[in-house]
Design a protein. Structure first.
Length: 311
C-alpha cells in the first residue's frame, strides 16, 4: 500500500470509530431522556423537554404550553407520572368527553359513561320539585329547572335548595309569555326580570334560557344573550298528565346526550321522575345538568344560539 492510500485509510478508520462512538452516546442520552420524560414523541419530538431551555431561559415544555402546542398536564401528587385520565381531561379539544372522572355538583361524573339532562319547566313548585331533588340525590343525579320568575318568590326555600344541591336553575321568562309575539324591549325585560328574581335569592344570574313553548325567531335570538336550550325528547306530560306514558316516552327513546322535557308543576310528572331516575341509573346513565352535559360533550354554549341535544 502506498503512502497516500495508507493516509486515506487511517482517516476513514478514525471517522468510523467516531461515528460509532457518537451513536453509542446518543443512544445512552435517549434512554436517559425517555426515563426522565425529557423527550416527547409526536409532532414536537425532542423539542420540549422539561429541563431544556431556550435562549430566553424558559423551559421548552413551559414555552410549548404557553404557545398552545401541547397541553399542560399536572404531575401526580407523589411526583410520579401524569395520570392518563387527567391528561385527557386537560387537553384542549382532546378526548375529555371519553375517559376519566371529574367532580361536579358535589359528586363524581365518569366521562366514559352515558349522560342525560332531565329538565323541568314552569316551576318552582316545592311539592314536586323537592320530590325530584330527593330522588336525584339518591342516585347522584342533578337536573335543570327552568323557572318562571313570577313564581320564584313564593318558593324561595326551594330555589335556594336547587342552588345548594348543585342543580341548575334556568330562565323560563318572568311571566311565561310567548316571546315570539313580543318586541325586543319586552323580550329583554322578560329574561332580565326572571334572572333578577333568581339572583336575589341565590346571588347568581341564570346562565341558560328556555323560551316558553320553545318559541324562537330572529328577534328572540337577537335579544337573548344566554344560550337557548330546547329539547329532543318531549314527554308531553303537560298534555297527558299520565305518569305511565311519561315514563314510557323517556325510557323507550333515551340515548346518550339527550335533553328531556318535563314540567315541574304536575304531580304526575313528579311521580314519573322518581320512576325514570332509578331506571336510568340502572341502565348506566348519569343524570347531569344541561351545562354539564354540554361541557363534557365538548360543546361551548353560545348566547342566542339554540341547542336541542348533545348527541
Amino acid at each position: 500500500m502506498n503512502l497516500k492510500k495508507f493516509i486515506l485509510f487511517q482517516k476513514y478508520r478514525k471517522h468510523v470509530v467516531l461515528f460509532n462512538l457518537a451513536g453509542i452516546l446518543a443512544a445512552a442520552a435517549l434512554g436517559v431522556a425517555i426515563g426522565t420524560g425529557a423527550v416527547h414523541f409526536g409532532p414536537f419530538a425532542g423539542t420540549y423537554g422539561p429541563s431544556s431551555t431556550g435562549d430566553d431561559g424558559v423551559p421548552g415544555l413551559e414555552r410549548a404550553v404557553k404557545s398552545g402546542k401541547v397541553a399542560k398536564v399536572s404531575p401526580m401528587p407523589d411526583g410520579g407520572a401524569p395520570n392518563p385520565d387527567q391528561a385527557a381531561a386537560q387537553e384542549p379539544g382532546g378526548p375529555a368527553a371519553q375517559s376519566g372522572t371529574v367532580s361536579s355538583g358535589g359528586r363524581t361524573i365518569d366521562l366514559s359513561k352515558p349522560m342525560v339532562a332531565l329538565t323541568f319547566d314552569d316551576g318552582p313548585y316545592a311539592p314536586v320539585g323537592n320530590q325530584i331533588m330527593d330522588c336525584a340525590e339518591q342516585y347522584g343525579g342533578r337536573v335543570t329547572f327552568f323557572v318562571v320568575g313570577s313564581r320564584v318568590n313564593t318558593y324561595r326555600a326551594e330555589i335556594q335548595r336547587m342552588a345548594d344541591d348543585g342543580h341548575e336553575i334556568g330562565n323560563h321568562s318572568m311571566d311565561h309569555k310567548i316571546l315570539t309575539k313580543l318586541g325586543a324591549p319586552e323580550i329583554r325585560a322578560q329574561i332580565d326580570r326572571c334572572s333578577g328574581a333568581v339572583k336575589d335569592i341565590t346571588g347568581q344570574d341564570t346562565a341558560l334560557v328556555r323560551t316558553p313553548g320553545g318559541g324562537v325567531n330572529d328577534t328572540v335570538r337577537a335579544n337573548i344573550s344566554q344560550p337557548i336550550i330546547l329539547w329532543n325528547i318531549d314527554t308531553l306530560d303537560w298534555k297527558t298528565r299520565n305518569a305511565d306514558q311519561t315514563v314510557q316516552k323517556v325510557l323507550s327513546q333515551v340515548k346518550d346526550g339527550d335533553i328531556v322535557l318535563m314540567h315541574e308543576i304536575y304531580s304526575q310528572s313528579g311521580e314519573a321522575a322518581v320512576r325514570i331516575i332509578p331506571e336510568l341509573a340502572r341502565r348506566g346513565f348519569q343524570m347531569v345538568t344541561v351545562s354539564e352535559l354540554a361541557k363534557y360533550k365538548g360543546i361551548t354554549l353560545e348566547g342566542g344560539k339554540t341547542y336541542s341535544s348533545f348527541r
